[in-house]
Ligand binder design. Structure first.
Ligand SMILES: *[C@@H]1O[C@H](CO)[C@@H](O)[C@H](O)[C@H]1NC(C)=O
Ligand SMILES: *[C@@H]1O[C@H](CO)[C@@H](O)[C@H](O)[C@H]1NC(C)=O
Length: 182
């Protein structure tokens, strides 16, 4: 190889390296890095990461919007569990006042399951983020309305469940919020 050929070979190699470097960079840890990124500024950061990692779909998803749907599904699951708990409790209640308090909780959570959570999913799909946020806020407020029925005397077990629903719903709202900023 004469010197001219050597220069050409080095030049070609240089161009190849440049091309390789300019390729879109795949996150080294795969989709998990997208989760870290999405949860970075969430007020419930560790809940955000654990909720998204728990769903097997997140292993193959690097799309923030899909991850938001996963978070909405996880919220629905938590609301459903609480609803089932409330229904099991109300069956054992005899005092009318208690029946009304639990009944209001069941109505609130029922509206979240039937109306607001499916609407949030649909809004997200339609990329109507402000509407998604508005529906999600109605889910976030449900546990507080339930809690307030008991005027500071909410049973411990229900208080814990209301807080769990509130936090996962508020965390999901925080994820949806990131779609406005970007
Ligand atoms: C929640 O409950 C509804 C009605 O019982 C059901 O259709 C839905 O699949 C449940 N969702 C989850 C995530 O468990
Ligand atoms: C979002 O949904 C609301 C309510 O359905 C509607 O009024 C609004 O026009 C929609 N916005 C966009 C950007 O589609």
């Amino acid at each position: 190889m004469d010197n001219f050929m050597k220069v050409i070979a080095i030049f070609v190699m240089f161009v190849e390296i440049q091309t390789a470097l300019s390729q879109p960079i795949i996150p080294p840890g795969g989709p998990n890095d997208v989760i870290q990124q999405l949860c970075k500024r969430n007020r419930y950061q560790s809940l955000c990461v654990s909720t998204l990692n728990l769903d097997p779909r997140s292993k193959t998803s690097s799309n923030p919007q899909e991850l938001a749907s996963i978070s909405i599904d996880a919220t629905t699951k938590k609301v459903n569990e609480t609803q089932e708990y409330l229904i099991s409790v109300i069956k054992t209640i005899r005092r009318r006042e208690d029946w009304e308090m639990y009944g209001t909780c069941i109505e609130e959570y029922g509206a979240a399951i039937r109306r607001f959570l499916p609407a949030t999913l649909a809004d997200l799909k339609a990329k109507n983020y402000s509407q998604a946020m508005s529906n999600m806020k109605d889910v976030v407020s449900a546990p507080g309305i339930c809690q307030d029925q008991f005027a500071g005397k909410c049973p411990f077990a229900l208080t814990g469940r209301n807080k769990a629903v509130h936090d996962i719903a508020d965390m999901t709202a925080d994820i949806i919020k990131t779609f406005f900023v970007n």
